[in-house]
Write a protein of this length. Structure first.
Length: 207
């Protein structure tokens, strides 16, 4: 028992030391200022990641809004210039999102060519709350067919250029929707989403 406690304490100390030394290393090389588009190295947890400055607000105490390359934009964080290092600093590899628009030199992320298969769970915003729409839940089986919540099947058409979907047969017969896929491959933080045109009900891929 005592050995396990010692190991746990040691692990905590190592993690804290790595985080501290990583941040201290960046601050030692800190920038004097930041500009939109600057490639920098920034500390995210215990990792020093290659990043890009996506916004600057001089009125804020942490004016440099930074996006880590290859990661979802929910990781974007604001820093002081002194907390950022030149991109020449030794960084970890970029994240696994290959179509990150900043990673690809500012190019727009490619549109998905097909709706991603899997189970989609639906909800609506009513009275400021999320309300489930269980009757709309569905599963995309492949590039042509879907299964509704009762187990019935139908077809769907997907237009890759417009992102529009049309359902034929099954519980969703006649429904039109838009398909959104922020990242490829899909991310748990930003899952593929289907939004029905008339009702506005939303369905997210369960990941």
């Amino acid at each position: 028992m005592k050995d396990n406690r010692r190991k746990a304490v040691a692990a905590c100390i190592v993690t804290a030391w790595l985080c501290f030394t990583g941040i201290a290393s960046v601050q030692a090389q800190g920038l004097a200022q930041c500009r939109v588009g600057d490639r920098v190295a920034a500390s995210f947890g215990t990792q020093l990641l290659p990043s890009v400055v996506v916004a600057v607000d001089p009125s804020q105490p942490f004016p440099c809004r930074v996006h880590p390359l290859g990661y979802v934009n929910t990781m974007d964080t604001s820093f002081k210039p002194s907390m950022l290092a030149p991109i020449s600093a030794a960084t970890s590899p970029p994240g696994g999102i290959a179509n990150d628009p900043y990673l690809t030199g500012g190019q727009a992320a490619p549109k998905p060519i097909a709706a991603f298969p899997g189970s989609y769970q639906c909800f609506a915003f009513t009275g400021g709350r999320l309300s489930p729409r269980l009757a709309l839940n569905f599963t995309i089986l492949d590039g042509n067919y879907y299964r509704d919540v009762s187990g019935g099947s139908g077809r769907y058409l997907f237009n890759a250029d417009s992102g529009l979907m049309k359902f034929d047969g099954g519980a969703l017969d006649g429904q039109y929707a838009t398909y959104q896929q922020p990242t490829t491959p899909p991310s748990k933080n930003q899952p593929p989403r289907v939004v029905f045109k008339v009702s506005g009900d939303t369905c997210d891929l369960k990941m």
